[in-house]
Design a protein around this ligand. Structure first.
Ligand code: GLN
Length: 464
């Protein structure tokens, strides 16, 4: 019996190469876990029928000493990342039957390395949400407590890793969608520097913020996935190769003023305890000030919907997506979009259209960009003094279904994560123990641009 809930990617890779088990055995163990739990948790929208065939090929690769550290490792993929020939629905009715005509850059990389793509995971529709309750296919349940949400929008990918249905997963992070669900289910989730991973083949949400990144059980595993999928790609003009990094630093800044209101007392206590642990391991921790970052959420909820409304305009029933006929072209567009999009998607398209409209553009969109630049600047200034900014990942642990039915309350889940997206910085959520109700906590570390690898170094000191 392979215990996929405990097994790391690194260990599995060693065992595969030593011939302790085959990739087919490993894929079967994950498929068994899916059979056992997916009915209840609703993690996968589709389990790929060729998973065992892929594993067989990986076994041959491993025998020949080919493939990378991910050869033969089952990986789950968020349903907004294109896999050639497969449906990529972004958990929307709009794209229920949409089949990808090419592989995303990250998928090509995973396939070349011999990874086994096990299925596509459930998410908030078009990656908009913090709980997966916005999926058109029903919410994902948190494997730690099925009465609670797994976070979002990449809740399915997070839950797949936490429950042993896959050893690693890909998600996308526009405002926290990898890091917040990672913290809600107790795994590691990492958002790379903007551009460090190509967006080619990622269904666009907000193009100046979107980035693909890994979920795994620990930092080392997350680093293995990240190193496989990153790199410059000619199909994404914003993509880059990371330069070689200087050795990671040991000083942490805490923006105390951002933690004063609205943060759960247990979350704060856990955060302070973790900082104490890090101090004991030789880190210095001091308070810093990021005065513009208190506007990060407001800025995010202007820039993001503006880009969403633009990106989703192609889903009109003519070019892509569900089509409902009408007497005029306008009626066809309108009927198709009303039938295809869920309420949150419609809300954001309306917000975005409003902030971009003549007369409001300067007041909202342009002003938000000015503050975004100020946020970028204040981060680059504090990084002259420190190596990481630390906060809790989310203001509270996983909440119950229906508890945040007011959209504004839901948006507050992202209060700590959005700044890294606005400033394009790499950021990681690390598990940091559990609450009195046995719910996982997460701590968020953000590093200077291009210093992604420094984020994988902190976990060992937190564990001590
Ligand atoms: N929860 C955030 C939102 O609803 C973040 C989404 C994301 O990162 N894709 O917009």
């Amino acid at each position: 019996m392979i215990d996929t809930e405990a097994l790391t990617i690194k260990k599995a890779g060693e065992m595969l190469r030593e011939g302790k088990f085959s990739s087919q055995d490993l894929a079967l163990a994950c498929l068994d876990k899916i059979k056992e739990k997916n009915g209840e948790l609703n993690v996968f929208l589709e389990v790929f029928d060729d998973a065992l065939e892929q594993a067989k090929k990986a076994d041959a690769m491993i025998k020949e000493g080919k493939g990378g550290k991910l050869a033969g490792i089952p990986i789950a993929v968020k349903d907004n990342i294109l896999i050639e020939g497969r449906i990529t629905s972004s958990a929307s009715k709009m794209l229920e039957n949409y089949r990808a005509s090419y592989n995303a850059f990250v998928i090509k990389k995973l396939k070349d390395a011999g990874a086994v793509l096990i299925g596509r995971t459930n998410m908030d529709e078009f990656a908009m949400g913090s709980s997966t309750e916005n999926s058109a296919y029903g919410p994902v349940k948190n494997p730690r407590d099925p009465l609670r949400v797994p976070g979002g929008s990449s809740g399915g990918s997070a839950a797949a890793v936490a429950s042993g249905m896959a050893l690693g997963a890909l998600g996308s992070d526009t405002g926290g969608s990898i890091r917040q669900p990672a913290s809600f289910v107790g795994v590691v989730g990492m958002k790379p520097t903007y551009g460090a991973v190509s967006r080619s083949g990622l269904t666009a949400m907000s193009s100046s913020l979107d980035v693909i990144g890994p979920f795994a059980k620990n930092s080392e595993d997350a680093g293995i996935i990240f190193d496989c999928i990153r790199g410059k790609d000619e199909l994404d003009g914003t993509s880059i190769d990371l330069p070689k990094e200087a050795s990671p630093g040991k000083s942490i800044g805490v923006p105390r003023e951002l933690l004063k209101e609205g943060v759960d007392a247990e979350v704060l206590a856990n955060f302070d305890e973790s900082m104490e642990k890090l101090k004991k391991s030789g880190y210095s921790v001091k308070d810093i000030s990021l005065p513009f970052s208190k506007y990060a959420l407001a800025v995010y909820y202007i820039i993001m919907p503006a880009e969403v409304s633009t990106n989703l305009s192609r889903l009109d029933g003519a070019r892509y997506g569900l089509r409902k006929e009408g007497d005029t072209v306008f009626e066809m567009f309108s009927k198709s979009r009303s039938a295809g999009f869920g309420p949150e998607t419609r809300r954001r398209i309306m917000l975005g259209t409003y902030v971009l409209s003549h007369g409001y553009y300067d007041a909202y969109y342009n002003k938000a960009w000015k503050v975004r630049r100020a946020i970028m600047k204040e981060f680059s200034e504090v990084f002259n003094e420190i190596d990481y900014v630390a906060t809790p990942t989310a203001p509270a642990p996983a909440f119950k279904f229906g508890e945040r039915s007011d959209p504004l309350q839901m948006y507050l889940s992202d209060i700590f994560t959005v700044s890294a997206n606005l400033a394009g910085l790499p950021s990681i959520s690390l598990p940091s123990g559990t609450s009195s109700e046995n719910l996982p906590f997460g701590i968020l570390f953000t590093a200077p641009a291009l210093r992604d690898h420094s984020l994988f170094e902190i976990e060992k000191s937190l564990k001590n």
